[in-house]
Design a protein around this ligand. Structure first.
Ligand code: RB5
Length: 141
């Protein structure tokens, strides 16, 4: 699975752990950041959102301190559905009901183990379509 991943300085450590944890199942393309030097989350959210839109079937992972900055930014892109997730159940529903194409993690409020389980649940879930597709069709303005 092609996965575009990006974080700011608050998420850089969790990003490394996720890349190691899913190394055998995911083909990661890392937009950065690569150090703990302070950076601006929109620079990475825009890169990952653009890449997901350009590559059919790919997904994105974005990580910042709360997840909110990344989610707010990525969701400015038409066609991106970025879901802030902090538990496996929420992640599964983000795919099943919202057909999210980017999962956003709050690095300062989630343990690495829960983050692994949350991303795994997102990867394993399938969009249910039907009434959920009808609702998604009403999102764009
Ligand atoms: C960085 O300090 C922090 O503001 C950022 O990671 C994120 O939480 C913003 O939404």
């Amino acid at each position: 699975m092609k996965v575009f991943i990006g974080s700011d300085h608050a998420g850089v450590s969790l990003k490394s752990l996720l890349k190691k944890h899913f190394a055998t199942t995911c083909d990661f393309e890392d937009a950065g950041t690569f150090t703990e030097e302070s950076v601006d989350y929109p620079d990475f959210a825009h890169q990952v959102a653009d890449s997901v839109l350009k590559h059919d079937g790919s997904v994105g992972i974005l990580i910042c301190g709360t997840g909110n900055g990344m989610a707010i930014t990525a969701n400015k892109h038409s066609g991106i559905r970025a879901a802030l997730c902090w538990s496996p159940d929420i992640a599964a529903l983000a795919k099943q009901h919202n057909n999210a194409n980017i999962i956003v993690l709050p690095a300062r409020f989630i343990t690495p183990e829960t983050a692994f389980e949350t991303v795994e649940a997102f990867f394993n879930a399938e969009f249910e379509g039907g009434r959920h597709q009808r609702r998604i069709d009403k999102i764009n303005i």
